[in-house]
Design a protein around this ligand. Sequence first.
Ligand code: PEP
Ligand code: MN
Length: 273
Amino acid sequence: MNTYIIGNRKNNKKIIDLGDDIKIGSKEFSIISGPCAVESEEQIELAAYTLSNMGVKILRGGAFKPRTSPYTFQGLGLEGLKLLKKAGKRHNMKIVSEIMDPRDIDCSYDYVDIFQIGSRNMQNYALLKEVGKFDKPVLLKRGMASTIEEWLKAAEYIASEGNDNIILCERGIRTFEKYTRNTLDLIAVPILKELTKLPIIVDPSHGTGRKELIRHATRAAVAIGADGVMIEVHPNPCEALSDGDQSLNFEEIKSVLSDIRAIKDCINSFNSY
Ligand code: PEP
Ligand code: MN
């Protein structure tokens, strides 16, 4: 499908090396976790402290939030990125945060280890081309109404500018099903493994929109061969300024992490991924 750079390279799987022995797409299953949005210093510090103690090495947190309504919390912007970086540094965690505008790139560059491009911007070609000019890894979420082919072509836009350090993230698509926020398309994982050298992670938080389903979706993501997951966690989900319904508390993420390890051990024994 004309994805020359990110196309399948048998035996040449792309590994995204974030330094400090943290690699996405390697044998180690990657866990990215943190709140939907950075809300305050206390909140992000507590999240980073607790998650790092549970072995999570990559911290997420939105500073520029793509909210459906312009009247809801839009994120703390640059101040949020500074708090995120400070918390990450204190707890030896790498940072991922969303950028929504080519003008966000320069000011975010020093604060993040991975630029996230969200579902709503998967086909923002100006943004894709601009991040493609930088050397920093990009986490490209699937557009909520995009086919796998459109998603891969979006990744190719980034790569065509020189940056093929791309992580794909399945986060669910819009279907007629209303019970969940999105329909998590897990079969995209093995399909993408055939079609591209890029690592693929799964976001069960946006993929389901319901905290009680995250455990199940995560178990399935590990079993189907994803390279990692990204899960939203909040110290007090009932008070979250965004995505509280799908955010796990610390006790819940702890239990999900232990599921991940158990299933990963089992998968490793198959030795076929
Ligand atoms: C997010 O990760 O907080 C987010 C807004 O995700 P998505 O772009 O998948 O909706
Ligand atoms: Mn969110």
